[in-house]
Ligand binder design. Structure first.
Ligand code: DUC
Ligand code: ZN
Ligand code: ZN
Length: 464
């Protein structure tokens, strides 16, 4: 089956051309102007941008916070609805189990039967014992070249101390594994949370008060020092504070392989969302916390200049009605996380490209190409090139409207960007050459998503 996409404007991270694109056997078979190749189907993309399917390298399906667990891969068609064709999900280690056992079990039981988009995994450390550090160099053998450690969340099973982070960094380098950290100073947060509670400060806004920017900046600086000491690359997930971003930027310019991402919500939402009355602020409780507007401006400068490499969703969809309300009367028990997988394209395009903050090329890099490189999926994923998977979005940049929970597939009872104006909508989304989303309708089925093995020595090893 050959599909020819004609007359579209093909956008990659480096250029933009008006050309035709041929799909054959799940792959991009040709790109060129006025291709004279016979196809079974011709799709007219006149007036549309042809974008690579998005790669969202930061999602938390099935994530548990205290007693609340988010939705699973039965809602992964939300990715496709938002033009994201590959996600990299955080697969938690089970206590007492190896990373491989934990990831295999997660994939078999919860992911493979339900996935509607393609997917890959990061490991997440829960049990930092000696065998973990021995296993780290073997991660690439089963297609998982990235591993996350939580430096935040004192008292939670997944909290890792500096020794664990340092040892993981030491174990990672030779095998080309990328260590990722959630960088917030767990002790300061713990003290500030208790002090807030003692003063009767229990509302969602105190989530931000007890996690001020300095807790992120300090921990990011410390993580960079640990990486420097271990002489290994480091990737800092969800950078939100100006100081943390500057720490990553300045370390990199000193020759230390320190990299980071930010997330959609940190670019457009702020602490005012957390201050919303009637417990609405709980919808925006995620960690790190939303920041004030000056941090937002710094993050935009960082994504524009390439100091931060990509924009992820950190999708973690707890319901507001039952799950977020577990923290009514104590913000510490509000499950941390917010949905956003489907919205990443529209929010970044509308607020980035349409305002002139970033070019279309930069958009593609932040949204697809760089995350594919970080996770070792490039060039199979994240670009439009001959031989790459035919993951393609036909994007209508003239479509306008308002973001609404009623149009989202997250399976969550609210949308973080409710009522926000969007410019542009995916009209057709192809997953490995299969039309899987069209004009708001999902055309695929559960289980169609495929596990894509990541290769080691991703983007963070660029100068090694
Ligand atoms: N932060 C969140 O907000 N949700 C999931 C995990 C995390 O670190
Ligand atoms: Zn995190
Ligand atoms: Zn996260």
């Amino acid at each position: 089956m050959k599909i020819m996409i004609k007359n579209g404007t093909i956008v990659t991270s480096v250029d933009e051309i008006r050309a035709d694109l041929l799909i054959e056997n799940e792959k991009i078979a040709a790109i060129g102007s006025s291709l004279e190749i016979q196809a079974d189907e011709v799709v007219d993309a006149e007036g549309l941008y042809v974008l690579p399917g998005g790669v969202d390298q930061h999602t938390h399906f099935n994530f548990t916070f205290k007693t609340a667990t988010v939705r699973g891969f039965e809602t992964s068609n939300a990715a496709l609805a938002g033009g994201t064709t590959t996600i990299v999900d955080f697969a938690n280690q089970e206590m007492g189990k190896s990373l491989k056992e934990s990831i295999d079990k997660y994939n078999e039981n919860k992911v493979a039967p339900k996935a509607m988009c393609d997917y890959s995994f990061h490991g997440v450390v829960f049990d930092a014992n000696d065998s973990l550090f021995e296993e780290i160099p073997k991660l690439p053998e089963f297609g998982v070249p990235t591993l996350k450690l939580f430096m935040a969340y004192k008292g939670m099973p997944y909290h890792c101390d500096d020794a664990a982070v340092f040892k993981a960094l030491q174990a990672s380098k030779e095998a080309g594994v990328t260590i990722m950290v959630h960088a917030e100073n767990a002790d300061i947060i713990d003290v500030l949370q208790k002090q807030c509670l003692a003063r009767g400060e229990v509302d969602p806004i105190y989530h931000a008060v007890s996690r001020p920017p300095i807790v992120e900046t300090e921990c990011t600086q410390r993580a960079i020092s640990l990486a420097e000491a271990a002489d290994a690359p480091l990737f800092v997930v969800h950078v939100t504070a100006k100081g943390a971003m500057e720490a990553v930027r300045d370390a990199y310019s000193r020759g230390i392989p320190a990299f980071g991402e930010t997330c959609t919500h940190y670019l457009v939402l702020d602490t005012e969302n957390l201050a919303k009355p009637d417990f609405e602020g709980a919808k925006y409780v995620c960690s790190p916390a939303l920041r004030s507007k000056n941090h937002r401006d710094a993050l935009w400068a960082a994504v524009q200049k390439g100091w931060l490499k990509c924009v992820s969703s950190d999708h973690c969809g707890f319901n507001w009605a039952e799950q977020k309300h577990l923290g009514k009367g104590d913000f510490r028990s509000i499950p941390n996380g917010a949905p956003g997988l489907q919205d990443r394209l529209q929010v970044l395009w509308t607020n980035g490209v349409e305002t002139g903050k970033i070019s279309r090329q930069r958009f593609v890099d932040l949204w697809a190409t760089a995350p594919a490189k970080i996770c070792g999926l490039f060039p199979q994923k994240g670009t439009l090139a001959v031989g790459s998977d035919a993951d393609i979005v036909l994007f209508d940049a003239s479509d306008r409207g308002l973001i609404s929970v009623s149009d989202t597939f997250h399976g969550v009872d609210y949308n973080s960007y409710e009522g926000m104006e969007f410019i542009g909508k995916p009209k057709k989304v192809y997953l490995r050459g299969q039309l899987t989303f069209e004009d708001g309708n999902f055309l695929g089925k559960e289980g169609q998503g495929r596990f894509i093995k990541g290769k080691p020595f991703g983007l963070c090893y660029e100068n090694s």
